[in-house]
Design a protein around this ligand. Structure first.
Ligand code: ADP
Ligand code: MN
Ligand code: MN
Ligand code: MN
Length: 339
């Protein structure tokens, strides 16, 4: 007896990595073993020494195949079993371990856009749909495009046991969001990558593609982000740590260091319009959807909770944004005795 294990990994495509996967038949009862692939076809090796290693790090039920079949998210290693240059998870592992005692949690809001052919779903063959206004959390065939795909994706994520906390229709037609978390840094990032893979895979069956392009339609249309909500135990207990985390993100070269790692094309989305702050100006504020970092009104009212970094692009690497936020905020909280 055997089961099908779909090995999923992140490739070396620049500036934005792509997901890849292939199937291994594994004996029932056995854990998915180390495996390999041709790195010269994924921008991870040259043809003369093309072997890369897949190391399973997160396994969950495969909701598409069902039964005992599994999805197996992997880290990519070199043949000496050290992390491959494209392996951003390995760097997060170290930082997450160093600050584990602060119990960081993340909730990431993944926005994305469906396309059929070269147009966003809901955009007519010629011209444009009615301007933004009615689509966000809308209802009805004149405003909603792709709900059947969204529902199937949500069901698949829940069947896989992923920690999704909600979905909603977004501001532009064909644009949607799902939220993963709150979860620890490695968990949220692993599960977001698997949820992205399930999004592409689910949409495939409907003849639709999904993109994380941060600015899928030029002009007066919202971009697509990945707002990253963050807290530590002390932030969940009091307001002083909330303010300290917001200040830490604004210190010295932190704003630019963060923004540059928040996804290719981030300047095209963080224009200062469409519910964004300009990419080169750091700010934070309560309820402010035009700030880089927002403190939700409920958090100010309760005097504790979490902050929302609104800058990350939809195409951000969750291993990178969580590492930077833990590194910047937890180090500052430690220094301030708020750890
Ligand atoms: P928005 O109003 O910005 O659209 P959402 O409801 O889409 O907010 O997303 C809020 C996110 O914040 C969710 O993913 C949720 O899991 C996350 N979240 C809630 N509490 C915390 C917390 N204490 N720490 C980190 N993330 C949190
Ligand atoms: Mn949201
Ligand atoms: Mn949103
Ligand atoms: Mn948000």
């Amino acid at each position: 007896m055997s089961y099908k294990a779909e090995y999923i990994w992140i490739d070396g495509t620049l500036p934005t990595a792509k997901l890849r996967s292939k199937t291994k038949i594994v004996e029932t009862g056995a854990e998915p073993p180390l495996w390999g692939f041709d790195g010269s076809s994924t921008n991870q090796a040259d043809g003369r020494s093309s072997d890369c290693v897949l190391k399973p790090v997160f396994t969950c039920p495969d909701p598409l195949r069902g039964g005992a079949d599994a999805l197996v998210l992997c880290e990519v290693l070199d043949t000496d079993l050290s992390p491959h240059a494209s392996n951003t998870r390995a760097e997060l592992r170290e930082v997450a371990e160093r600050f584990a005692a602060q119990e960081p949690l993340f909730g990431i809001e993944q926005e994305y856009t469906f396309f059929r052919g070269s147009r966003p779903l809901g955009f007519p063959e010629n011209g444009f749909p009615a301007p933004q206004g009615g689509y966000y959390c809308g209802v009805g065939a004149d405003e909603i495009f792709g709900r059947e795909v969204v529902e199937a994706h949500l069901d698949n994520c829940l069947k896989a046991g992923l920690g999704l906390s909600g979905i909603n229709a977004e501001v532009m037609p064909g644009q949607w969001e799902f939220q993963v978390g709150p979860l620890g840094p490695l968990q949220v990032a692993d599960q977001l990558w698997v949820a992205r893979w399930l999004l592409y895979r689910t949409a495939e069956d409907f003849g639709v593609s999904a993109t994380l392009d941060p600015k899928p339609a030029k002009g007066d249309w919202n971009g697509a982000g990945a707002h990253t909500n963050f807290s530590t135990r002390r932030m969940r207990e009091g307001y002083e740590a909330i303010v300290a985390a917001c200040e830490a993100l604004g210190e010295g070269d932190k704003p630019l260091t963060h923004v540059r790692a928040y996804g290719a094309g981030v300047e095209s989305r963080l224009t200062g319009a469409h519910e964004t702050a300009p990419w080169d100006e750091y700010s934070y504020g309560v309820s402010d959807r035009g700030a880089s970092v927002r403190i939700p009104w409920q958090v100010e009212k309760d005097g504790k909770g979490y902050i929302e970094d609104r800058r990350p692009n939809a195409n951000v690497d969750p291993y990178v944004v969580t590492r930077l936020m833990v590194d910047t905020c937890c180090a500052a909280l430690e220094k301030a005795g708020l750890d």
